[in-house]
Design a protein around this ligand. Structure first.
Ligand SMILES: C[S@@+](CC[C@H](N)C(=O)[O-])C[C@H]1O[C@@H](n2cnc3c(N)ncnc32)[C@H](O)[C@@H]1O
Length: 228
């Protein structure tokens, strides 16, 4: 039997060369992204993203979702309203930021009861059920039931609904609130009324993204901020 012996000095030299610490514990696997080490949400995001792509359920996609999450992180909202839940993909990105911040709730509205149920199960699976309320119904009507202050709005539910959704929330918006609208690149022709409204009333900018979604290689989000 051949036995391999490694002296302590040899161990240190080898591990130093490999850029590792000398420890009795096995080395942890390299991190895939900037998510926290204990991130239980990322595997759920990955699963839902795959399901959306396989079933052609339209969703924001990773590139815009990263930007959306960054905007939530900076805004530190106490209340977020999302119009258009689908399977909960964008909601997962928003709610993970709220969970990490240690405060904030997401109310997300979906017209399809089946999708709303599926999203609810997904938020439970991700450990976000305490943070997220899924409301079933027409967002243009449901928004009128929401009492503010609302600090952050994400609109993604059919172009003709964008302006009615925002109008229904406007009296409840806090000073400095952020409003993000998806698809203002690919949907620009159907969103003229919305874009004219936010660009007249708020500080508003259009941000473009190269995206990797099968239905659009490039798209934009409109980011509008209420005066403080
Ligand atoms: C583009 S998908 C939302 C994607 C989701 N925000 C994401 O990125 O994961 C649009 C969703 O809005 C829903 N929807 C359409 N009209 C609506 C309305 N009036 N009220 C609420 N939801 C609506 C659709 O059923 C669909 O699930």
């Amino acid at each position: 039997m051949i036995r391999t012996k490694m002296t302590l000095m040899g161990c240190i030299a080898w591990l130093t060369a490999a850029g590792m610490a000398c420890s009795a514990e096995p080395a942890s696997p390299p991190r895939q992204n900037n998510a926290p080490l204990q991130d239980k949400v990322q595997p759920v995001i990955d699963r839902v993203e795959k399901a959306c792509l396989e079933r052609t359920v339209y969703m924001i996609g990773r590139v815009k979702a990263e930007r959306l999450a960054e905007l939530v992180r900076r805004a530190k909202p106490k209340v977020v309203v999302e119009c258009g839940t689908a399977l909960g993909y964008s909601g997962l990105w928003i709610a993970r930021e709220l969970q990490t911040a240690g405060s904030g709730k997401l109310i997300t509205i979906e017209i399809s009861p089946q999708r709303a149920r599926e999203a609810e199960a997904t938020f439970r699976e991700a450990g976000l059920a305490d943070i997220v309320t899924v409301k079933v119904g027409d967002a243009t009507k449901v928004v009128h039931q929401i009492k503010g202050p609302v600090d952050f709005v994400f609109i993604d539910c059919g172009y003709s609904n964008y302006l009615p959704c925002l109008s229904g929330l406007e009296d409840e918006l806090s000073k400095g609130a952020t409003i993000v609208a998806d698809n203002v690149g690919i949907g620009a022709s159907g969103l003229g009324d919305y874009l004219k409204h936010v660009q007249t009333k708020y500080t508003s900018r259009t941000e473009w993204f190269d995206i990797e979604l099968p239905w659009a290689p490039r798209d934009a989000m409109e980011i509008s901020v209420v005066a403080k």
